[in-house]
Design a protein around this ligand. Structure first.
Ligand code: TYM
Length: 401
């Protein structure tokens, strides 16, 4: 474990001067992220806890395996992860809950959450509940028709399944289909949340539609699917829901939910923004073909390289702002040795911008190729995850009171 400690401390320093230090104003809500996010400030603002070296070591020990996104501080904040591990070490089970707003095709930032959740499922042998919030996206500003959100729920479910979940321990459900089984519980949750709290936490205004005002109750409900503690992997933008959950869960006889939060995979166009489905030039979608990936990265990826080759050789590239480096670091280059080699080659000027972009193109295309092969096989499994698998069939016959 000594190795883990050393690596983490090193990467914490690196992350702090890369995507850590936002300047000026920024806003993070479940529906909007603007400005350069200061992740350390966000911990204070949201009242979460940083994930420190000790907790990382403990997570890896209990998991029996390391995870590079955790080791490098991509998952950097939590609520009660220590309590989840205390209970786990005493033989008590926990379950996992995560979700997706099916407004359109998924991008690389979204899918990271599902690969991480499936890793947790394998390592901890946990049930997983995955909510497809067609209601949320219909009510939101994104506002696709319910029919369109339904179509994307199916398409997104294929991508989610491709991230490697166990069909007997995973239940994927679409809100408008499953609501009959949980409506009573949703009402109990909704009754505990008053409008002032909802306004303060979610920023609802006079012109917010009333469906949207009810919606947070719907996103809280799956955290109450079992009497065990729930652990929620997600990016930090979803935390406001868990704040509400933690205010009310115990009064309904459930444990407070725990959460493990990631930073955002930055936009292709620059680390000051997050990859966002509503800004196409910032994103690579899971359906983008090899040529498209190459063109997008070559054309749009923000480079920390110098203006001319001569200058670059002399001054080197800036890995703190270079999006290809950041993506390799956060997700696409799991080998610490290789990522540190790239850092050193690029920042010393031995490696050029075109070269680091080519490495990223190869990694992203390699990842997407394997992902798409698994996705093609996922079609035959959709029913298992949504209806007939062991956990799904139990959930289909459960009515929450
Ligand atoms: P949605 O569809 O906006 O996002 C799905 C998941 O992806 C995360 N995410 C990102 N992660 C890394 N980098 C990015 N650039 C990035 N953009 C988004 C989100 O945090 C989320 O984990 N309301 C939710 C759906 C939902 C949910 C949940 C999410 C329902 N229940 C429980 C997490 C946990 C939504 O619209 O997510």
């Amino acid at each position: 474990m000594g190795r883990v400690t050393k690596l983490l401390v090193k990467s914490e320093v690196k992350m702090d001067n890369t995507s850590g230090g936002g300047q000026g104003d920024f806003t993070v809500t479940p529906w909007k992220v603007t400005g350069q996010v200061d992740y350390q400030k966000l911990i204070k603002k949201f009242g979460t806890q940083p994930i420190d070296t000790k907790l990382v070591e403990r997570l890896f020990r209990d998991a029996g395996e390391e995870n590079h996104a955790v080791r490098r501080g991509v998952y950097y904040s939590h609520r009660d992860l220590d309590i989840v591990l205390n209970e786990y070490e005493q033989g008590k089970k926990f379950f996992l809950y995560t979700g997706r707003g099916p407004s359109g095709p998924m991008h690389l930032g979204h899918i990271i959450q599902f690969y991480f959740t499936s890793w947790l499922q394998r390592r901890f042998n946990a049930n997983v509940y995955i909510q497809l919030t067609d209601d949320e996206v219909f009510l939101s500003e994104r506002s696709p028709s319910l029919e369109t959100a339904g179509k994307w729920s199916y398409e997104n479910a294929l991508d989610i399944i491709a991230a490697g979940f166990d069909p007997d321990r995973t239940f994927i459900f679409r809100d408008t289909e499953y609501m009959g089984n949980v409506y009573k519980l949703a009402l109990k949750v909704a009754k505990k949340i008053n409008f002032s709290t909802a306004k303060a936490i979610f920023g609802f205004k006079g012109d917010s539609n009333i469906g949207f005002i009810f919606y947070p109750a719907v996103q809280v409900v799956p955290s109450l699917f079992e009497r065990n503690r729930c652990l929620i992997p997600c990016a930090i933008d979803q935390d406001p829901f868990w704040r509400v959950q933690r205010d009310i869960a115990e009064s309904l006889g459930f444990p407070k939910a725990a959460a493990i939060h990631s930073k955002f995979l930055p936009a292709l166009t620059g680390i000051t923004a997050k990859m966002s489905a509503s800004a196409a030039e910032t994103a690579i979608y899971l359906g983008d073909d090899e040529k498209m990936v190459r063109t997008k990265i070559m054309k749009n990826a923000f480079s920390g390289g110098q203006a001319t080759v001569e200058e670059h050789r002399r001054l080197g590239g800036n890995t703190d702002v270079d999006v290809p480096f950041q993506w390799l670091y956060m997700f696409f280059e799991p080998s610490d040795k290789r990522v540190e080699q790239i850092r050193s080659d690029y920042s010393s000027g031995r490696m050029l911008s075109g070269e680091i972009k080519s490495i990223l193109i190869d990694r992203v295309n390699g990842f997407l190729k394997e992902h798409r092969e698994r996705r093609a096989k996922a079609e035959k499994d959709v029913d298992k995850f949504m209806k007939t698998g062991k956990l799904a069939s139990r959930m289909m016959s459960t009515i929450y009171e």
